[in-house]
Design a binder for this molecule. Sequence first.
Ligand code: NAD
Ligand code: AKB
Length: 321
Amino acid sequence: MGSDIRRVMVTGALGQIGSELVPRLQRLFGTQNVLATDIKEPSSDYSGSYERLDVLELDEVRNLVKGYDIDEVYHLAAILSAAGEMRPDLAWDVNINGFRNVLEVAREGLTNKIFHPSSIAAFGTETPRLNTPQDTVLTPRTMYGVTKVTGELLGKYFFDKFSVDVRGIRLPGVISNVAPPGGGTTDYAVEIFYEAIKKGSYECFLRSDTTLPMIYMPDCLKAFQDLMDAPSENLKHRTSYNLASLSFNPAELAAEIQKHNPQFTITYEPDFRQKIADSWPMSIDDSCAREEWSWTPDYDLEEMVDDMCFILSARHEKGEI
Ligand code: NAD
Ligand code: AKB
């Protein structure tokens, strides 16, 4: 992990990932060097610098980056897969034009480095679904996936053409216990823990055998930092790294949760998200991330479930959830 102090801005900071990325960056670089932004209002006890920012407003993005003398932007503002199928125009606008504004400010020389997550949604039904290769067919079936492929290409274009240092990962579904997920297809893998602890049962919107790639938040944040700290000359796939960690289906996850709570029951009522999940990979070949910036995950399924159950049970006892 690089120890040099950077001034960083996070867009979409109140979402699932930003809610845990910001405190981590505050610990790394000092609270005064981290600016959190989102289109939403934060809670009254929000800790650290916060500005309301709609990433579709180029002047506002520019003013904040300039005003706070930002070295790096973690650009998390986005509309995810399921929400994006409800509002495809909004998904295109936020995911592409919002990113374009951040790239433009970097092209103007106001900031040096951008982290922009892609997703397993970049793949499609023509992509090999087992051990999905790094360089493969990208034919997404969702507007979200279309924006992720476009974002990968846009980031690469700005690097090749204007030397803007853009880096990105095709993230699997992220599992976490601080903020709820924001409208994705992999959300079941978070909701199931909350419902198991609060109600002892869960109705899953995917079929029991729907295997998808997933990652636990501590590994996700480690990957962000490892990629951002990697020497630029090592990065051959800079905006689009495949990343593997966990792969499981709802039945396997439920069985693991039952080890902690034998009374827990799961039922299945697949909805429109099943079709999205069926167009995504089941497992990922991440050898390029391993070779180019030494990626390796820490958590297996059992360790992730242990940790999630422990943390959420404690939150439940305190009356937080
Ligand atoms: P999220 O939906 O939880 O958070 C996104 C945030 O963006 C929200 O707080 C929302 O208020 C904000 N936002 C929406 N429109 C905005 C606008 N116009 N201006 C400013 N902010 C706006 O998403 P997340 O899970 O934290 O995802 C962050 C990034 O990681 C996204 O690019 C997403 O595609 C990517 N990703 C996430 C996952 C996952 O499982 N969470 C997986 C793959 C990729
Ligand atoms: C979603 O389900 O939309 C996200 C993702 C995998 O990109 N979690």
